[in-house]
Design a protein around this ligand. Structure first.
Ligand code: AP5
Ligand code: ZN
Length: 216
């Protein structure tokens, strides 16, 4: 199963992606996570990506596309994959189509999570992430059992640098101008499913599973 998860910053893509990938046993390919891992390891890519991410801007396509295309050609992605955070604009979507078509592959479903702008800011400012395993929590909506400690691995929770209110507002603007047109792009291809993302995390997940399984 080859899936894309779309939605504005804070819509719950990463939260749902972890659950979907566990259920369907496919790799979770998140460009945001790949960049953050590179920043943590202070690689050349990380140093370049950080400049853009901290302002809430998109990292340039030439630093992003090949990285994803190499990743989806690895052995563990042969059974399928979930792309989270990619594509982010029409150029990336067209390049992805080209790469898949050349290999006679196609995306089965594009899951579009819909959440109102006002809620996105609360979701992102309250988000906390485990520094060891990357699990995502929220200080009000999805608390860890012990404050600032990860339920899975006891790692410490931290706030992402780009989760400050001003940066989030810019990320939402960048989403509206660059990424939102992808909804129309995939709608025309006929493989988009819209999911109401303001419900409880487990209900959103059930809705996604139903939608994906019904078109399998
Ligand atoms: P990326 O990491 O992709 O961030 P994003 O798209 O802005 O998405 P987020 O991670 O902020 O949100 P999410 O939808 O995953 O929400 P989450 O599940 O955490 O990208 C970061 C940056 O990297 C970009 O700004 C860009 O610079 C760069 N980048 C990445 N990909 C790129 C590309 N392809 N091209 C160019 N640049 C790229 O949930 C949010 C919070 O809400 C959490 O606290 C969670 O616990 C809570 N929550 C989730 N669901 C619910 C629910 N149903 N009810 C209540 N709370 C919920
Ligand atoms: Zn953890």
């Amino acid at each position: 199963m080859k899936l894309i998860i779309l939605g504005p910053p804070g819509a719950g893509k990463g939260t749902q992606a972890a659950k979907i990938c566990q259920k369907f046993d496919i790799p979770h390919i998140s460009t945001g996570d790949i960049f953050r891992a590179n920043i943590k390891n202070n690689t050349v890519l990380g140093q370049k990506a950080k400049e853009y991410m901290n302002k809430g801007e998109l990292v340039p396509d030439e630093l992003t596309c090949d990285l994803v295309f190499d990743r989806i050609m690895q052995d563990d992605a042969k059974k399928g994959f979930l792309l989270d955070g990619f594509p982010r604009n029409i150029f990336q979507a067209e390049k992805l189509d080209e790469v898949l078509e050349n290999r006679n592959l196609k995306i089965d479903n594009v899951i579009n999570i819909e959440v109102d702008d006002k809620l996105l800011i609360d979701r992102a400012t309250g988000r906390r992430v485990c520094k060891d395993c990357g699990a995502t929590y929220h200080i009000a909506f999805n608390k860890s059992k012990v404050e600032n400690v990860c339920d899975n691995c006891n790692g410490e929770l931290f706030q992402r640098d780009d989760d400050k209110e001003e940066t989030i507002k810019n990320r939402i603007e960048v989403y509206n101008s660059n990424t939102k047109p992808l909804i129309d792009y995939y709608n025309k291809k006929g493989n988009l499913v819209n999911i109401a993302g303001e419900k409880d995390i487990n209900i959103v997940f059930e809705d996604i599973v139903k939608a994906v399984e019904s078109v399998k």
